[in-house]
Design a protein around this ligand. Sequence first.
Ligand code: ADP
Length: 550
Amino acid sequence: MNKSIILYIDDEQENLQSFKMTFWKFYDILLAENTAEAEEMLNKNTVELVISDQKMVGESGLEFIARIKGSYPHTLFILLTAYSDLNIAIEAVNIGVDRYIQKPWDYNELKHAIDNALEKYQLRIKNNELVDELKEINNKLRKSNEDLIKSTLELDKNQALLSAIYNNLPILVFLLDSTYNVLKVNRTGKLMANATEEELIGKNCCRVLKCAEFLYYEKVDPAKKTCSACVIQDAVNNSFEHKSNQYTNEGKLELLQNGTTKNMFVLVTTTFIKQDNNSVLLSIQDITVQKEHEQELKIQFEKTEALNEKLAAAVIKSKEGERLKSSILANISHEIRTPLNGILGFSDMLVNPNIEDSKKEVFSDVIKESSSRLLRVINDLLDISNIEIEDAKLVIESVCVNNILNDLKARFSRRAKKKGLALKLNTPATKLQSSTLTDRLRLIQIFDNLIGNAIKFTPEGTIEFGYKSIDENFNFYVSDTGIGIEQELFDKIFDGFYQVEMDTTREYSGIGIGLAITKKLLGFMGGKIWLESELNVGTTFYFTIPNNKI
Ligand code: ADP
């Protein structure tokens, strides 16, 4: 263990040596003959105790101690005097000398005084250390206190902000326990439930909201606390079950408010409160208006989509129409020019005086045929324009259908024969049974069209027409063994100006409105038309007209 350092000051060498000889075993002793030497040693060493003679040449012990004491606050001082002087003693106490001993010193007294002083020094040091430590602790405490105040203020501020948000939210917020009982409620919650906080706390949230389904179940089975498919309970249960942070649900709620039922579409959000472990924050937002808008938008969107589709179809149709128009016009002009050319050409030849009589007959046949072809085209065109403006007036009269059909057979047999086709008529009823009230000319026109087509589109075989039976309708038909029609075109051929072969280089004459006129006419007459056909096998058109008895 290190020995304590003691500085002994005396201007007499003898005294210095006798002190050192007496105490060297106990302490580390520094000796100084004057105060200047002593001061130097004090600066260089950690001196615990200074023992100084009072009366010395130059500066006295007291003067020295008084001058330097402030610079060495821990060091202790013992003053040695040769005689007893009360004034010195008082002054020594005043300047803080720790002990005052008379010379010649007594060993025991001095040893005791030295040990006392050294003990005091150690205590002083310890004390100082403690004070420093205390100061440090104090500083730390003050600092953490300041921090605490600061964070408390911050917390208060956040708390106030949160509470403002919580209360001003236009959304209902309930803090619920696991039995759906309300622990806390915000302002919107109170408004929606139309109740005060005291009335809501501890009550089932579905009951306080007056959910119609919940109230119904509660009435039927009071022990049952849950509904079958409730948006609120589903969300709350999910949060408790999975302890999941957040769960969102959308659905309908039926609330009984002020005696009426209010149907709402709601967005429900639940948040599991981990810190508590036993509560869930539930928010309910009324999104009825939003949903209605969404629905409206959806309908509008669908309408727009449908309109777009129609527009697109119309654009395609109009383009197609444009194309058709030019091909139809070309066709009509071809169908008018061809017989006209025939008429003009053969009329010129007919007036030639050098022509033989036998040829004249052939020429006049051609002119007749061309004229009737031209007349058919013109009649058809006039008819379709009349029918388009719904102006086909029917002339109803008493007719014998069998007679009409026989006339038609007579008229078409020449044309059929010319093409090598057999023409058959089927009239299973008697003339009397076949008498009815109808428009004779229109009926003839319909047969004209269908038989004309049958002959036109049949290269070989048989044409058969007539009726299969007569009940409340006449069940007519015209069948052929001709080129047939593809099934996809069954509807199209009844559209005006539609022909399976559309270009002018086509094999068959006609302007493509015969069937359109036929269908329209049958519509006016209270009948209908349809067909069966197979490509390269033949076609049968069926049509009916009412059997109006005379
Ligand atoms: P057109 O005979 O003047 O062309 P229609 O309206 O009478 O006009 O007929 C429309 C189209 O229907 C014809 O161009 C032809 O392509 C088809 N068609 C009508 N009848 C028959 C039939 N018996 N056999 C085959 N195709 C037919």
